[in-house]
Each structure stands twice: as C-alpha cells, then as structure tokens.
Design a protein around this ligand. Structure first.
Ligand code: SF4
Ligand code: SF4
Length: 475
C-alpha cells in the first residue's frame, strides 16, 4: 500500500496450511504452548519495561496525585481522574475529547509502529509473560519439564505441582482483580470493600469476584488465545497497517532456501538453518517464517533467538528483525506517509483544543444568570438593585467552602443569601444575590462586573455579569 490505499501485503501471505489457530489442533483439541526462554538485547529491555509496567498497572489506582488517584474511571459516581486531573459529569466533553485523542493516537501509533503495544506494553502480554509464565517455570520447571509433567503420569508430584501452581495463580488473580476494581471505585471504597468483605460495597465486591475468576481463567487456561480470538485491537490491526508500518518479520530473501548446510550440497542455502529456535521461543506458538500472522504479538523473542543462531553460524544479525513489510522485501521504506501526516495533524488539533479547555477549567464552576423579567429595581432611597442567581458546581475532588467577592469599577455592595457555601466534590449549589449601587454612581446603563468565588485567599471560580441600571444624573 502506498499512502491511503490498501493492498495485500506480501509478507502477510500464509504459506502454511490454513488452520483455525496455532493453539487449536485437529478435532479442536487445545495445543499447549511451552515457549523456551530467550536471552538477548530485546529480552533484557522487555524484562525491564515489564517490571516497570507491572508496578504501574497494579499501583496506578492507589497512587495519589494532587489529592486524586493517578487513574480513576468511576462510571457510577461519574468522576474520572487522568494523571490526577479530575473530570466530573460536567466535564463530559473534556473526557470525550480525551478519548477521541487516545483513539487518534492509537491510529497513528499503529500506522507507525504496528503491534509494538501488544508485545511491549499490553497488560495481557505483560502479566502473562512477566508473572504467570514465570511462576509456572518456577513451579514446574523449564518448558521441557513442563511438557513432561503434562504428558506424564498423574502421580503425587503432578498433583502437588498443579494444585500449588493454581493456588498461586488464584491468589495473583485476586490481587490483580482488586487492583482492577480500584480503577472503577477508587482507593477509599476499595479499602472499605476489602476490610468489610464486600459488605460496604456489595456490587463492587461482585465485580471483583467475577474479575478474579475471569483473570484466573484467562491467564491459567485461555492465554495467548485472548489476542487471537477476543482482543478487538488485534482484529482491527490490518486496517491501520501498511507496508511501511513497523513489524517483526523473517527475511525470506536472505533466509531461503532454508536448511542445515552440509558439505557438497548441490544448491546454495540461505541463512536460515531451519533450527526451529524461533518457533520454540514463540509464546503464540507460530512459525514466523510463514509470514506475518494475526497470532504474532510482536514480542521480539524470535529476534533474540535467531540472532543467537546467526552468531553461531557466523552470519549477521537480523534474519528476523524489526522492519517494515517493504524493508523485509528489500524495498525502500517510507517513514512519513500521507495517513501518518493526517493522523498527526488531527491529533495536534485536538490536543490544542484539549489543552485550551483544560487550562480554562475552574475548580468550582461558576455561572451567574439575571432574574428574568426584572433587569433592575430602583429603590425609594435611590439605590439601584440587580437580582442575580448564582450557580456553583464543585468540579474538584476536594471539598471547598466558598464566599463570593465582587470586583467592580464603581462602588457596589454585594449581598449573597446563605454564604458561605460548603460544596463536596461534584456537589452543586444555587443562591440568590443582590448587587446594589447608588444611582448617582452609575455612569453607563451597563457596567461590567466580575465575581470571584473565594476559598480562603484562593480564587476557585470566576464569572462576569453586567450591572444594569439607569444612567445616573449628578445633582
Ligand atoms: S531461528 Fe533463525 S535460523 Fe533458526 S529456524 Fe528460525 S529463522 Fe531459521
Ligand atoms: S512470531 Fe516472534 S514476535 Fe511474533 S509472537 Fe512469536 S516470538 Fe513473538
């Protein structure tokens, strides 16, 4: 494909016989994958990132920034926190804008870097490879020992290891489910739910228990099939990818014809010695030499495995490598394409709008409307009075106690009924206010005035309104 038009990608062609999935064999029987461990540049980098991300995903709802959770998606309470910035129901447009931004970023990221997210940052990969498979290796041994255990007798050793492993899996799944639930109810409610065994928040507890069961089922049994059958992102990938997107691919030009080299071979062989190391380490259970496949999460394990083989056979690294489909075919790689520019332009536009809106967002939203039908009243004592309705919404995660202050170019008196107002997070309040000005002080029929909501010395909201009155005549 070149800029906008989709074509069939040569490296995506399937040479292997069509089958439902790499993990489902004949008669629909599950084929278990026992991926070998790899060593190499990418494995080291991924291990570091995996550790950081496990901590981040697990702790994000518990970390407090500006008094708010780092991440919170409280759908029932209609409040959301993105890196400590609180969005309430009144900020729905901001939240929608944020989601739209994320979507455009996803389009751009996928067009540029393919499934980099899947292999390096997706929680499914991170927890599967960084937690569950590690525990499995710790209890059941290396992949060969795991296979032997699965195919061996159902003796005491078998049941001891299986029961222990699944017990640990269940405990880890419970911890992950509690952390996941905290994303939706916040840390405070999570603590209450946990320490009261769900009595304080029964719905959230039901959600946590169901999530525990699903998490356990997914990581203990379903595993790599999640990416293949359930993940919507994996399924829509081909829409975003073109021949210049980053992929992990096998170079058939360099590698074929594959096979072990022997003295006196009549035909020259390619660099692939057909050792199957790339297949043995693949957590998706596929052979990358068959072309780019939906199951491939671009985890880099086959790159590291093949590079070791290349070192041993005295060939350069990169028979399997990060490249584009065009690059793998030894064609010119285009980094900047029309679709990438369009995604970036739309993203920049939306980001600008989002930042502007965010910068203008007030802690307490404040609006003033005039008493309908009565612009002003002139009292017998010569005082002109405007009656106003004040609307306040606490858009912050903290409680605020506010008073109203007037900033007027002419001498004016403000009377607000019911001050001060204590507003809990998300709470609204309405009040009536009167602004009074001596008639002779009025120089124009419409005098702009500013109103500030003060929490102590802090301005937490502002609104402007025009004071209406007859133009005063000096005596
Ligand atoms: S690891 Fe490399 S050399 Fe071995 S089979 Fe795979 S592509 Fe061929
Ligand atoms: S083919 Fe390679 S990059 Fe893709 S999932 Fe398997 S090991 Fe990872």
């Amino acid at each position: 494909m070149t800029d906008g038009k989709r074509t069939e990608l040569p490296v995506m062609s399937f040479e292997k016989p069509p089958e439902l999935s790499s993990t489902i064999g004949e008669q629909g029987k599950r084929k278990w994958v026992y991926p070998d461990l790899t060593k190499g540049k990418f494995t080291t980098q991924r291990n570091i990132l995996t550790t950081v991300l496990i901590l981040f995903y697990f702790l994000a709802p518990w970390i407090s920034v500006k008094g708010n959770p780092l991440l919170l998606f409280d759908i029932a309470g209609r409040q959301y926190s993105i890196f400590g910035n609180m969005f309430l129901a009144t900020d729905l447009y901001l939240f929608a804008l944020f989601l739209l931004l994320s979507l455009i970023a996803l389009f751009w990221f996928s067009a540029m870097f393919g499934r980099l997210w899947c292999g390096w940052a997706c929680p499914q990969t991170i927890y599967m490879e960084g937690v569950y498979r590690r525990i499995e290796r710790w209890i059941e041994g290396n992949p060969r020992q795991q296979r032997a255990l699965a195919e061996g007798p159902r003796d005491e050793m078998y049941w001891t290891k299986k029961v222990f492993k699944h017990g640990v899996f269940w405990m880890i799944s419970t911890a992950l489910a509690l952390s996941f639930t905290a994303y939706f109810i916040g840390p405070k409610a999570s603590y209450e739910m946990f320490w009261t065994f769900g009595a304080a928040h029964p719905t959230a507890m039901t959600f946590a228990v169901a999530t525990t069961a699903l998490t356990y089922w997914n990581f203990a049994w379903f595993r790599e099939q999640f990416c293949h059958f359930l993940c919507p992102y994996a399924r829509i990938q081909s829409v975003f990818l073109d021949e210049h997107s980053l992929i992990i691919g096998y170079d058939p030009v360099r590698g074929e014809p594959r096979g072990a080299k022997r003295k006196g071979d009549p035909e020259a062989k390619g660099d692939c010695v057909d050792c199957f190391r790339c297949v043995q380490v693949c957590p998706a259970g596929i052979d990358i030499r068959n072309g780019l496949q939906l199951e491939c999460v671009q985890c880099t394990a086959c790159i590291d495995a093949c590079d070791v083989v290349m070192e041993k056979t005295g060939k350069p690294h990169g028979l399997i490598r990060y490249d584009s489909a065009a690059g793998i075919e030894h064609k010119k790689h285009k980094f900047v394409r029309a679709r990438v520019i369009i995604y970036m332009a739309v993203f920049a536009l939306l980001l600008g709008l989002f930042v502007l809106r965010l910068a203008g967002k007030e802690t307490v939203e404040f609006a003033i409307v005039r008493q309908p039908g009565t612009p002003y009243l002139v009292q017998e004592d010569g005082v002109v009075r405007n009656m106003l309705h004040l609307h306040m919404t606490n858009a912050d995660a903290q409680e605020h106690t506010v008073r109203v202050q007037i900033d007027s170019p002419i001498e004016a008196e403000l009377l607000v009924l019911g001050e001060p107002f204590t507003l809990k997070p998300g709470e609204r309040a309405m009040a009536e206010a009167f602004v009074m000005v001596q008639k002779e002080k009025i120089a124009t029929s419409s005098t702009p005035m500013e109103f500030k909501l003060m929490d102590g010395d802090l301005v937490v909201g502002t609104a402007a309104v025009k004071f209406l009155g007859p133009v005063g005549r000096r005596k």
